[in-house]
Design a binder for this molecule. Sequence first.
Ligand code: RTP
Ligand code: MG
Length: 149
Amino acid sequence: MIERSFVMMKPDAVSRRLMGQVLSRFEDKGLKIVAMKLRQIDEDLAKEHYGEHSEKPFFNGLVEYITSAPSLTMVIEGDDAISVIRKMVGATNPKEADMGTIRGDFGMDTGRNIIHASDAPESAKREIALFFDKEEICDYSMSDNAWIY
Ligand code: RTP
Ligand code: MG
């Protein structure tokens, strides 16, 4: 099933100049970028995005991290995109993430774990609406659609 996921390269990815390498992985995999915006996320938006963690001890640190520098926010589309992208991202703790995953290859610290990706269809829908207006999401065909999908 064709799905859309909300994906965000976090401030450490942007600051460490990893955007190009990480983006290439999604393109190489055959996924389609349908929206993309570099933006500095403010406190209110960070708190809303990570609302499910508001009672956790790491919440304030997480908000501080996410608001510390720009993030690259994206909507990525593809066949089973939500689970495929989560697999590409790897485990939350980069030390435990498999080699070959984005967190496993580029990170060392749960508090600086490079990237976010939606974990389910409902959260994808919520997060996409939180970060993008409908008209910012591009509906287009790619020349190799027949091969990839
Ligand atoms: P994300 O939402 O960012 O894609 O990450 P995730 O699903 O793999 O992990 P989640 O449990 O949703 O946690 C959200 C983010 O909070 C930070 N975190 N810090 N210090 C800690 O114990 C801790 N646990 C989580 C991470 O930045 C994690 O990605
Ligand atoms: Mg999560």
